[in-house]
Design a protein around this ligand. Structure first.
Ligand SMILES: [Fe+2]
Length: 186
């Protein structure tokens, strides 16, 4: 189940390393409202029973073609692809480590979960919003938003990735070790 947890971005006192959440919600409407209020897009798409587990890229894109077209038009994206990572992926450890530290992108990060799950943590103002995205969730993180992403030790997900005009997907790391103080994807 999708879940939003909102934390203060700093510990309550110097002896603490961990902040308690001020809000935890599994309710899609609450998640959407809280994220929209902070400039983050979040949608739950209708279930497509026509997409079997492990479907190939063409089948996935065909099944979601109407929503894909709408999102690309709204956000001005020029392409979309499908990324699937499983626990047997040979690069799963380096893939996990790559985006586990706080970073930003020059383009919006827009992901739709076809299968599996992933944890986006967004550092906005004085808060960290941990968004556990699962199947049928779309998240739209504006360019320049500080965030990190965890797929867990045994990654299992398939996402649609929407791309703008930059050919290369680059991250600019902030150097802030903040991600180390927050829960990972179990
Ligand atoms: Fe990112």
């Amino acid at each position: 189940m999708s879940r939003l947890s909102i934390f203060p971005d700093h510990p309550p006192d110097v002896d603490s390393t961990f902040s308690e959440p001020v809000l935890v919600s599994d309710d899609p409407q609450t998640i959407q409202q809280e994220l929209h209020g902070r400039g983050i897009g979040f949608e739950r798409w209708p279930v497509r029973s026509s997409v079997p587990q492990g479907a190939d890229q063409a089948t996935v894109l065909q099944a979601f073609s109407a929503d894909v077209k709408r999102v690309m038009t709204e956000a001005g994206h020029v392409s979309v692809d499908v990324l699937r990572v499983t626990p047997s992926h040979p690069d799963r450890t380096s893939l996990r480590r790559r985006f586990l530290s706080e970073h930003t992108h020059a383009e919006d990060e827009v992901r739709f979960f076809v299968e599996g799950r992933g944890l986006f943590c967004l550092h906005i103002g004085g808060e960290v919003l941990a968004v556990l995205c699962e199947r049928d969730d779309l998240i739209h993180i504006p360019a320049g938003t500080r965030h990190w992403f965890d797929v867990g030790e045994q990654p299992q997900f398939c996402v649609l990735r929407f791309h703008g005009t930059n050919a290369e997907w680059l991250a600019t790391f902030t150097g802030d070790p903040i991600a180390e103080r927050f829960p990972k994807l179990e």
